[in-house]
Design a protein around this ligand. Structure first.
Ligand SMILES: [Zn+2]
Length: 148
């Protein structure tokens, strides 16, 4: 739980590139960003976050970048961004777009630098009906393939 501050801030790296970073500790499973009151968009765009049955816009959430090995994930049931593991102040808040976005509006080449980076981010790895567990299993499978 946060006590006071939001717990995160936008780091404007360049004019074109910003990231969202933690300014406090988050523990595994902790809610990082509440999306329950986020604006529901009529159509997805490159800033929206896919909650399974809707695409929402959050003024801070829009700065969350993709990472193949992310620090958080989209929990559609909780309508929130949730920590995958421990997040320390200064760590970037990321989620794997391929795990939850039903469609990648603006495909791009990932440069997260992770040894198992999947590279091109353009196609979702799982069907919407799959559980979060299955999505991660699917990602792990693809990561294994790329690493082979
Ligand atoms: Zn990557």
């Amino acid at each position: 739980m946060t006590n006071g501050g939001l717990g995160y801030f936008v780091d404007r790296v360049t004019l074109e590139f910003s990231t969202l970073k933690a300014e406090k500790d988050f523990s595994k499973g902790e809610l990082v960003l509440d999306l329950s009151a986020a604006e529901v968009l009529a159509e997805r765009d490159y800033t929206s976050i896919d909650l399974g049955d809707s695409n929402v816009y959050h003024p801070m959430g829009r700065y969350i970048n993709h990472a193949c090995n992310p620090t958080s994930y989209v929990d559609a049931d909780r309508k929130a961004i949730v920590a995958v593991g421990t997040i320390k102040p200064g760590d970037e808040i990321t989620f794997n777009y391929l795990a939850s976005e039903r469609q990648i509006v603006a495909p791009f080449d990932c440069a997260c630098g992770w040894v198992h980076c999947v590279g091109r981010i353009e196609k979702r790895l799982a069907q919407p009906s799959e559980s979060l567990h299955d999505m991660w299993a699917s990602i792990r499978k693809r990561i294994k393939r790329n690493a082979a």
